[in-house]
Write a protein that binds this ligand. Structure first.
Ligand SMILES: [Zn+2]
Length: 219
């Protein structure tokens, strides 16, 4: 099974990715991991990526595609019958088209692009309401998972804080970037009849059940 997982930051992609991969025995391939691995091992692609990053430049699409193509040659992908779940890739239509070409070389195509759909205002509320305990890393939400005493960890009475990444303006910016990049991708996969829209507002178990209903058809 070959899956691309799309969804804005804060939509719960990580949790769903893990469950899908465990259930269907496919490797979870995140671009973040690929980058770290290539750079840690100083592969030719990793060295190139470092050069861009050292100059404060974005790693170009072509290089990202090369890294993903290389990753898809690994044993875990082949053992899964050329199966994978991609997370964080593709990010652009260029990358999506490149993925089609990579699959075509294997006489394969993508099964689904799963889109975790969460209304943006709710997403912003979810993420910007998060509070974290610096001592025990317990997470709270100012509306949905309140501590017993406002702003204080239930477990160790430490004052809670908000991660910079979770600040409203930061979240809005990230979502804006995501939307600009991803709406064309959703259209791309709609045209290929690969897109599966899943209501990401539900409890994570229900989200997974909805995903499973679709995936079980091709198992
Ligand atoms: Zn705590």
């Amino acid at each position: 099974m070959r899956i691309v997982l799309l969804g804005p930051p804060g939509a719960g992609k990580g949790t769903q990715a893990k469950r899908i991969c465990e259930t269907y025995n496919i490797p979870h391939i995140s671009t973040g991991d690929i980058f770290r691995e290539n750079m840690k091992n100083d592969t030719p692609l990793g060295i190139k990526a470092k050069e861009y990053m050292a100059q404060g430049l974005l790693v170009p699409d072509e290089l990202v595609v090369d890294m993903v193509e290389d990753r898809l040659k690994h044993e875990d992908v082949l053992n899964a019958g050329y199966g994978y779940l991609l997370d964080g890739f593709p990010r652009t239509v260029f990358q999506a088209a490149a993925l089609c070409a990579i699959n075509a070389k294997k006489d394969c195509e993508l099964d689904f692009a799963i889109n975790l759909d969460v209304p943006l205002d709710i997403l912003i509320e979810r993420v910007s309401g998060r509070r974290i305990c610096p001592k025990c890393a317990a997470t709270y939400h100012i509306k949905y998972k309140k501590p017993l005493v406002d702003g204080i960890c239930d477990l160790d009475k430490t004052p809670l804080y908000q991660r910079d990444d979770d600040k409203k303006e930061t979240v809005e910016k990230r979502i804006e970037i995501y939307q600009d990049q991803t709406f064309p991708l959703i259209t791309f996969y709609e045209d290929k009849q690969k897109i599966i829209n899943i209501n990401g507002l539900q409890h994570m178990t229900d989200v997974f059940n909805d995903i499973e209903k679709v995936l079980s058809g091709v198992r």
